[in-house]
Design a protein around this ligand. Structure first.
Ligand code: BES
Ligand code: ZN
Length: 626
């Protein structure tokens, strides 16, 4: 077994529960249990939250939210245990419980911060109480919030705040059962400075007057990691009847043009995989410090501005976040061990949506790029991190993040599709989304469903042992499909010729190259290039000045490996102005590997005030290893 493990018994009020945290003292034995969320304190067998109402006052000057959370509770057990909620860095001021207008103060205890899960809030609940009201405040260090100075926004005049709850950060801005196994509806009032607008993963009203008080409701039940809001100087522009963009004025038009195909993506996905069940689908364009590419917050995906390339080359991100409206938001992973059910299905759907909207060549190129990402991770990760159903006990889900649940998950589905045919597989997915709509499911639920569907209808083509190998073993099974693209084969030849010196960069006709080909061209370069070769590329193609962030990123990695210092100003600028962790981590890792720890430290210290807490944490681990 790759790591060791000990169970600590935590006593809290009259509740006893187990904390699965790592230690070096006791041999790790048992397998993780299916359906158990090792990242939540919540006693979901005793109580279930069915609805949360939030009243949140946003205080930009203190970087705190003053909140009132009103929870509706369903009793499942004998009522003897306290209600245990997840929190992190919250100050709990008071707790009341009761029914309707018969509320009274009740006793509660907040544990110390126990481990990566944060602190458990135990509330002594009268047997008849169906409602709990918690008055609390967040901390300026809340892991699920990023507070931006006006300087970090496009308009530079107003501050900005956004949440990022996945995986276990909702608890840092509202006390609740912070587990994807529980779904709840919600309502909210957000109080902001009068010149700003609040938006949520709910029923946004683009015509709402800027009043400083915004109300929302989310009638579809969602898991806590999809709770989201943002506050800023936001405007709205429609893209289609059901789609539009929220962004700062400075980026609104560019975003609406870049993502103009969103409505078409929505329509085709509905046609193939069943109705879109969330009413509207809008995008919120965040400032560049947003730590992810995108986040599938229901009705309102949160999107990095770094994909606004001017030529729609990076819009698969939108297809991805939209696809989550089926795989993830409708059918949800039951715990973080099952993340591949969200991300693998979504990655598969993303490729399909891209093919529907942009054709076969783009589909093949995007799949090939995904396959290359998968190979990189398979080369680098330890075996136990290559399973689809990964053992995340005692680990922060943020630290386990890789391409495995995405690309290995998608490749498994692609293999099934290849074996049984597209029509049969599309029908299967449509049925799957209907069967488990608005439910949270485990890997084992998926396997049981396969058992009563495809494994019966396609016994010749499919083999349960092979599917189990995909899910529970490292690597990819022998004979797995290998997506390829003719458009890339041509690039391979061109790259080979250039490397041999038979062709100068100037002589390469790149006029028809798409971003995908550029990325393939650069990522396929050998580790070492000479100074002459680097200059030849840079002079011919102006790579240091590329305005496509993905191309710039691939080029900067080459520059670091080869000590090409004409690109260093751009590198610094890139790292200071962008907070997307997918770019930051490889660049800082490359600097460390190239013996440039001083440079990494200097740039990181300069950039850090603008980074999200997650990016600060993950990149500190790289630059300052213990
Ligand atoms: N849901 C994820 C982001 C996420 C995953 C946040 C796990 C926290 C924990 C989102 O849908 C996503 O996958 N984003 C990718 C997009 C890409 C694969 C197209 C990203 O941000 O890079
Ligand atoms: Zn995703």
């Amino acid at each position: 077994m790759p790591y060791r493990h000990i169970c600590i018994v935590v006593l809290l009020g009259n509740a006893i529960f187990f904390a699965a945290s790592c230690s070096e003292t006791e041999e790790y034995v048992a397998e993780p249990q299916s359906g158990v969320d090792y990242h939540s304190f919540a006693n979901t067998g005793d109580y279930r939250i069915t609805h949360v109402d939030m009243d949140l006052t946003i205080d930009f000057s203190r970087k705190v939210i003053v909140g009132i959370a009103t929870l509706q509770i369903e009793h499942l057990g004998d009522g003897k245990n306290p209600l245990i909620l997840d929190t992190r860095d919250l100050t709990i001021e008071s707790v009341q419980a009761g029914n309707h207008d018969q509320m009274r103060a009740v006793t509660f205890s907040l544990s110390d911060s126990i481990d990566i899960r944060g602190a458990a809030l135990a509330i002594d609940l009268p047997a008849t109480a169906l409602t709990v009201v918690i008055h609390y405040q967040t901390s300026p260090a809340a892991t699920g919030l990023q507070w931006l100075e006006p300087q970090q926004t496009a308009g530079k005049q107003h501050p900005f705040l956004f949440t990022q709850a996945q995986a276990i950060h909702a608890r840092s801005f509202v006390p609740l059962q912070d587990t994807p196994g529980i779904r709840m509806t919600y309502s909210a009032t957000i109080r902001t400075p009068v010149e700003l607008r609040a938006v949520m993963s709910a029923n946004n009203d683009p015509d709402a007057e800027k009043s400083g008080v915004y109300t929302f409701s989310m009638p579809q039940p969602i898991p806590s990691y999809l709770l989201a809001f943002a506050v800023g100087d936001l405007e709205f522009k429609a893209m289609g009847p059901r789609t539009g963009v929220y962004a700062e004025h400075e980026v609104l038009d560019a975003a609406a043009a870049e993502f103009a195909d969103t409505e078409a993506m929505l329509e085709i996905t509905e046609e193939v995989y069943g109705p879109y069940r969330w009413d509207r689908y809008d995008l919120l364009i965040l400032p560049p410090s947003f730590p992810f590419g995108g986040m599938e917050n229901p009705r309102l995906s949160f999107i990095t501005p770094t994909v606004i390339a001017g030529d729609k080359s990076l819009v698969s991100l939108i297809a991805h976040e939209l696809a989550h409206s089926w795989s993830g938001n409708l059918v949800t992973n039951s715990s973080w061990r099952d993340l591949w059910l969200n991300e693998g299905f979504t990655t598969y759907l993303t490729y399909r949506i891209m093919q529907f909207v942009y054709g076969d060549e783009r589909y093949e190129m995007e799949m090939s790029l995904g396959y290359a990402d998968l190979q990189t991770d398979l080369d680098e990760l330890e075996d136990h991190d290559e399973l689809l159903a990964i053992d995340v006990r005692g680990r922060d889900p943020d630290d386990v993040f890789s391409n495995i649940p995405y690309e290995k998950g998608a490749l498994l589905l692609y293999e099934i599709e290849q074996k049984i045919g597209r029509d049969a597989f599309d029908q299967f997915l449509l049925d799957y989304f209907n069967e488990f709509a608005f439910q949270s499911i485990t890997t084992e639920d998926f396997l049981a469903y396969l058992d009563r569907t495809l494994l019966i209808t396609h016994p010749e083509e499919l083999d349960v042992d092979r599917i189990r190998e995909w899910i529970f073993e490292p690597g990819i099974p022998a004979g797995a499909p290998h997506p390829q693209s003719d458009a890339f084969t041509q690039i391979d030849t061109i790259r080979q010729d250039w490397l041999k010196g038979t062709e100068a960069a100037e002589g390469i006709d790149t006029s028809e190259w798409t971003y995908h080909q550029w990325k393939h061209f650069l990522d396929g370069m050998p580790d070492r290039l000479s100074r002459e070769q680097l200059e030849d590329l840079d002079q011919a193609f102006r790579l240091t000045a590329s305005t496509n962030n993905e191309i710039a990123f691939s080029w900067l990695r080459i520059a670091i490996r080869n000590d090409y210092e004409p690109a260093y100003d751009r590198l610094e600028d890139f790292l200071v102005s962008i907070g997307r962790n997918k770019f930051l981590m490889p660049l800082y890792k490359d600097m460390m590997a190239a013996g440039k720890a001083d440079m990494a430290d200097r740039i990181f210290q300069k950039a850090m005030p603008g980074y999200h807490p997650l990016s600060v944490k993950r990149n500190s681990q790289i630059i300052y290893p213990e």
